[in-house]
Structures are given as structure tokens and as C-alpha cells.
Design a protein around this ligand. Sequence first.
Ligand code: SIN
Length: 324
Amino acid sequence: MIEINFSGRPVRVTCQRQSGPFVAEFQIDVAIEYERGDMAYRHIEVRRIAGALGAEVHGVDLARPLSAEVTDEIRRAWLDHLVLFFRDQPLDLPAYMAFAQQFGEPVEYPFVRGLEGYPKIIEIKKLEHERVNFGGIWHADTTYQDKPPMATTLLAREVPPYGGDTLFANQYLAYETLSPGLQRLLDGLHAVYSSAKADTTKTREDRMQDSARDDVREEYLAEHPAVRVHPETGRKALYVNVAHTVRFRGMTEEESRPLLEYLYAHQIRPELTCRFSWRVGSIAFWDNRCAQHNPVNDYHGFRRVMHRITLAGDRPSGISAAAR
Ligand code: SIN
């Protein structure tokens, strides 16, 4: 017979033997395991906010350096949920930069100047009198670059009294919910991405007036696989986006348009998305390799101010001809 008396640590386990009591003492680590399906977290609490993607992370103070264990768990949760949200983290600029650096290498944004002393933090804002919000179109960040950023983090400084949420869409699911025939077709295609599409350019105009970089180029152009293989998870994600994709390689814009239009509508179907409502001090941290985002422009007359850091990424890889 074994009797366990739990009263803090250590735990005393008493084994009753015929010849008399035998006492053994064990040191055990008491850790709360936060469960999500088959994933367990020992140091953070991860709460999904939607079926497709997105989770809030609780139990961490991002103003302090994170231990290797916590950083690893956050990264695991991030790869699993594509976008993580943290509440009540009003980090100052050095702490925000330090938070981002634990997950990658911050890089500058090609169009807008960074903050004084922090060239890799840009201010994303819409002022009371402005009508267009920055980046107000479905997209993954700057896919017109040869090596688009792996990740983006956004910290809310000022939020409107209502509205100004950001939508996210899971591009693994976007790919996986296509028919096998269309998947096979897309597996072999590359797309051309431009920074100069009119609907996107207009979402930058207000900031280009007050914060344009001196070295800004007329247009950035890149080619990437239409279906990207995620370098960390190995999963396939649909990589075209309405903000930056102009056509498929080897085809005209006119020829590409019907299929691209279909994909743009498919990849943001409501069941593939989640929606995050900001509070001052909220942080979002998303994976541009498999998620798209779109800030909702429904708060005219109010200010919304965010600080953004993007983290360096690699050159997107597609599906090799052998694997198709
Ligand atoms: C962006 O980085 O595209 C802006 C997202 C937002 O303002 O919510």
C-alpha cells in the first residue's frame, strides 16, 4: 500500500510493508501544465481565440529578459498558432526591441523612417483627420522583397474607443482547403510581387508625406513560389496576397487575374480567420510565412498608434519538382 501526503514539497511517500513502515522522500517539481490538444506548456498559458489561428499568451512579463525555456515555449506556440497576442505589456522602446530580438533580427521597413534612435521601430498610425489606415488591405508584410520578413510584432500605444481590430488568416488552411487538382497546379507556379499596386500604395500615402525614407525606391519587385514551404514546420502555405501579387511568372496579368481573384477570396474565408481587439499595451506577434493580416478601418475621427518591428526572413522555398 502506498500513501501519498501532498503538503508542498518534498512529497512524502509512505510504503507500508509487512515488516514495518518504509519511508522514502522524493523531490518533485510542481509545474502547472497548460494543455492544448497534444501540446503542453509548462511556463506559459496559451488560450486559443479562434478555430483557425491565433492564441493569447498569459503568464509572461515581456519587459524582462525571457529564459530559454520560456522563449522556446513561445516560439512553439507561435509556430502552432501563427499569431500570438499578449495583454498588458506597455514596454518602453528598449524593452520592446529586446523582446523582438529574442525571436529574430529586427530589420528596417523600406518606405517609412523608423523612430528617432530606433530605426527598426516604425510608427503605424491613423490620425483623427485621416481616412485611410496604414496597410489596410489583406497582406503578408513586404512580400515584394527577395527575403520578406519572417515575423512582425505590433505594440498598441493609442487605440480608438471602438474599432481598429486586426484580422488574421491562416494560409496553411487556405492551401489545405483547395482541391488536390488546384493544389497540384499551384505547387508548380511562381508569382510576381510588387510594392507599387495602387490599392496598397494609397494605404502608405499619409505616412509617406510625413515619414518617408530618403532612400525610398519607386518599386520593389520579387518572384516567389505561389505555395511556400514553411522553413520551420515543413507545412505548405498559400503565399499570394492581394496587396502585392501582380501575376504568375510566365503569364500576363490578364491571364493570371481569374485564378488570383479566386485565391484572394478563398484565402480570407471567415472560417480561416481570427480577429483581435486591441487595448493599450497589447502586443501581436505573427508569422508572415503562413499568415496574412488586415487592419479594419472602422474608427474615423479617432487616433490609433502602434509600434511595429519586423524580423528578418529567408528567401521563400517552394515545393521541389521531385516532391510534386
Ligand atoms: C500592418 O503592419 O500591416 C498594420 C497592422 C495593423 O495596423 O493592425
